[in-house]
Ligand binder design. Sequence first.
Ligand SMILES: [Zn+2]
Ligand SMILES: [Zn+2]
Length: 76
Amino acid sequence: MGKQRPYKHSKAQKEVKAIEANQCLVCGTVAQPAHGHHLIPYSEGGSADLQNMLTLCPQCHTDYHSGKLNIDIYRF
Ligand SMILES: [Zn+2]
Ligand SMILES: [Zn+2]
């Protein structure tokens, strides 16, 4: 739909990466730049809460979204 995600989402993605020092939660790689991943996708109504965000390296992020990374990520 080409709708920009609200500012608070990009802000939360920045925050979670800062908190986790750009370290991927899956493989431990410190990626520059790391990706902020929504546990519940923004497109499915996921919130911009830090509880809904985690840090992934670009590789794990791509694998996760293409279904190659067969893991359940639970943050808390
Ligand atoms: Zn990774
Ligand atoms: Zn993601």
